[in-house]
Design a binder for this molecule. Structure first.
Ligand code: KE4
Length: 435
């Protein structure tokens, strides 16, 4: 592990006034033990840290940066919007434009409510589902992460699993008493939940492609099975597409898998890197929301003009012809190069690779990884050695086995080849820890 004096100094200073030196736990590098790299700037697929070191980036802000960092059209859109004012506390045409774009791309969404984070989107969607159905219980999957609202911070993935607190202190039992947990990809468990609580289940919330225990792919028929069970029991199916929305296809995972959810949550890509979230669905459900209906939801920065400008600029770029075909080609090439690196170091059959579109995870376990239980069998020490091997060779991965890597439109062939070359050496360091 190379030393990084400027990051170390920045981390020491930050740790005096920011809890853990960060504003989101996964950034603290707890799972890989070491000093987080403090970033000075980013452009395209590259980050530059405060020590002046450059990295090929696969964190992508944890999903938003699908067009690449500091894209000129996104930067210009933000610059222009900033000159017109940054927050009015009043509606603007830009919010309508982004909502119209979302409804055009996601046929299951007739009306939208914009918010400022994915957590805000999922928390509000759950409240809406409860208000619209008059029921209390919700079902979520172990290992899926839907943000940090109380009712959903139980058996949560992402940073919660990374830090070993999938169910956080400070969440009173009453807040999760109505949250039913099932394994991902297990339809029988969902059937059982409905058999026991059918008439009181308001919704099932699911990541259509799980990205917060590492990438876990829905088994054939799983999502359609959830749809059928929810319909059968009068519950709403909520697809949490905060990560997969406009990431895995032009219409998100629901387009990829031909799914018609009742509600969808969005975030990340639709904000172009600025704070945003959204939830949407048919008017007959959405109109239960204030000011039309009694279900309250609000936000000072909802539909913020700068976030709208960045989101619209990004969404215009992803709607360009061949955007997703090109991204798929790059992602498939990276997978092939990494599989070859795994083979070269003699780790075939000892690691496994899950990918959907431009989100992927290399698991340090033979696999297959199909749910939280199999994901958490991974050798996290081997992952940490791999992580540091990659950082030292100029490749920035999420600092946790339980996160997705993201390819952007800005990654070029030479970046992918350099990544695979770095991986070959980094895998050798990991191999020594795999028994
Ligand atoms: P935010 O509140 O972090 O904007 O979104 C919460 C959320 C909701 N739903 C899904 C499917 C998500 O992936 C997320 C957030 N993703 C994590 C990355 N695994 C955010 C990174 C972080 O916590 O710093």
């Amino acid at each position: 592990m190379k030393n990084s004096p400027a990051s170390e100094a920045a981390f020491e200073r930050a740790s005096k006034v920011l809890v853990g030196g960060v504003n989101s736990p996964v950034r603290a590098y707890s799972a890989v033990e070491g000093c987080p790299r403090f970033i000075a700037s980013a452009r395209g697929c590259k980050l530059t840290d405060v020590d002046g070191r450059e990295y090929i980036d696969y964190v992508g802000g944890y999903g938003p940066m699908i067009v690449g960092h500091a894209h000129p059209q996104v930067v210009e859109a933000i610059r222009q919007a900033a000159g017109l004012g940054t927050c009015y506390g009043a509606p603007t045409p830009a919010e309508t434009e982004l909502a119209e774009m979302i409804t055009q791309l996601v046929p299951s969404i007739e009306k939208v409510r914009l918010v400022s984070s994915g957590t805000g989107a999922t928390m509000s969607a759950i409240r809406l589902a409860r208000g619209a159905t008059g029921r209390n219980k919700i079902i979520k999957c172990r290992g899926c992460y839907h943000g940090h609202s109380d009712a959903l911070l139980v058996a949560a993935g992402s940073g919660a699993t990374t830090l070993g607190v999938p169910s956080s202190p400070g969440v009173p039992p009453g807040a999760t008493a109505d949250t039913l947990l099932v394994p991902y990809n297990d339809l029988a468990a969902v059937e059982q939940a409905f058999a026991e609580f059918g008439q009181d289940i308001a919704a099932m919330l699911v990541e259509p492609v799980a990205g917060n225990m590492g990438v876990v792919i829905p088994a054939k028929g799983y999502l359609q099975g959830l749809r059928k069970l929810c319909t059968q029991h009068g519950a709403l199916l909520i697809c949490d597409e905060v990560m997969t929305g406009f990431r895995v296809s032009p219409g998100g995972a629901q387009q990829l898998y031909g799914l018609q959810p009742d509600l969808t949550t969005l975030g990340k890509v639709i904000g172009g890197g600025l704070p945003v979230g959204a939830f949407g669905g048919p008017a007959k459900i959405m109109d239960h929301l204030a000011p039309l209906g009694p279900v309250y939801q609000a936000g000072t920065l909802s539909g913020n003009p700068l976030a709208m400008a960045a989101g619209l600029a990004s969404m215009r770029l992803v709607r360009q012809k061949c955007f997703y075909d090109d991204l798929e080609a790059k992602s498939a090439q990276l997978e092939a190069l990494l599989r070859r690196a795994v083979e070269k170091v003699g780790l075939t059959g000892r690691v496994c690779f899950n990918r959907v579109g431009s989100m992927m995870t290399l698991f340090f376990t033979p696999g297959p990884v199909t749910d939280y239980a199999t994901a958490t069998e991974a050798n996290t020490k081997a992952f940490a050695a791999f992580f540091w091997g990659m950082i030292d060779r100029g490749v920035n991965l999420p600092p946790s086995q339980y996160e997705a890597w993201f390819v952007s439109a800005a990654h070029g062939r030479e970046d992918l080849e350099a990544t695979a070359e770095a991986a070959e050496s980094a895998l050798l360091s990991a191999k020594g820890l795999m028994g």
